[in-house]
Write a protein that binds this ligand. Sequence first.
Ligand SMILES: *Cc1c(COP(=O)(O)O)cnc(C)c1O
Length: 425
Amino acid sequence: MNLILEQMKNREELFWMNNTFESVNTGFDNLDIGYDDILDAEARLQRFKPLIAKAFPETSKSEGIIESELINIHRTMQLMQTKEKNYYPGKYFLKADSHLPVSGSVKARGGIYEVLFHAEDLAIKNNLLSYDDDYSIMLNDVFKDFFSKYKIAVGSTGNLGLSIGIMSAALNFDVTVHMSADAKQWKKDLLRSKGVTVKEYDDDYSVAVKEGRKQAENDSRTHFVDDENSKILFLGYATAALRLEKQLQESSITVDRYNPLIVYLPCGVGGAPGGITFGLKKVFGDNVYIFFAEPIESPCMFLGVLTGKHENISVKDIGLTNKTEADGLAVGRPSGFVGKAIGHLITGFYTLEDRNLYPYLKDVFIADHINIEPSAAISLAGPRILFKNNFFEQFNSNPYKATHIVWATGGNMVPKSEFKKWMES
Ligand SMILES: *Cc1c(COP(=O)(O)O)cnc(C)c1O
């Protein structure tokens, strides 16, 4: 019996260097999407700038581009080093998707992109729009009336529902969000206040997705945003890499063989971290090292890659509960599409107990005043775990030259009362 699998069953916190890992030289061979598709997605987001700026005034400063800051977190790292009585050399940044405009999580990348993709597609096919129009016309009554005849559906643990719901409602689509039992009440309330139909299930993410998919199947006017299989969603996430490349250049950070980039990504079904991985590997090749982070009760992508069974295995099959306070990561069965597309480009995986998420959430708030949710906090454990496992010695790499990016995937939309509870836990 595989030792790692045994430890996973026993709910031990794990670190695993992916033994299916491949270089980008061979790792992209099985894919029918490439760098040009990321550029195409970015161009589409550029076309939508006038619309986004108008519909969401919070994005007017960035002229309708939904992007997050890259924040230097040396204060947080200092606090962590003092507490952990350890030394973590290198440069440290937090990618603040926790504060992405419109929906305050990484889902603002893929989710919003897929709604825009669909809106453009419908408008072009019906001769209402051409590519060089000012896309803000899609907020006019003619379009509102047109989009109201089309439905959008999605299954979610919460944050994807927020992104899809908010963007669909802004365009006046008839939108239904199928929420798993993990979804927080405030997310459902917020969506309902925007006219979104919210269906609740007393079961986990996979069931909410299945129900959503089923209801959409028999209706040609319904577009189902398929978090488990959508290449559109995936490419929306991938555009993050182009943006990050620019931000690193602006911060005078070099990424090459001697100056590696190390990125920690919280993983649920795999779409967001998978799409970002795809983009980062296209941009930085083998000079970027990617770690996926999951809760001990929901290590679905880890399990899928470890066993090679991908979507054909669930954490429940090995006796885990898929119950976690990191609600954005509460997924028991990974995306087969993502696992097969980029599973072998992931450098490694680690898992964390829920109770070990809160210290990170507190540290980054105390030291750098950044509010993140438990799902995002898991990425901050990455540096400690890498140093503990002698990662740099293994790669014969100089830790002083590495740049680490902890991807903070959500937090800013969380009500103050909820955040306060976490801070006091
Ligand atoms: C959804 C989500 C993730 C993970 O994204 P997946 O596409 O489900 O893997 C991570 N963090 C937060 C806060 C999320 O909402």
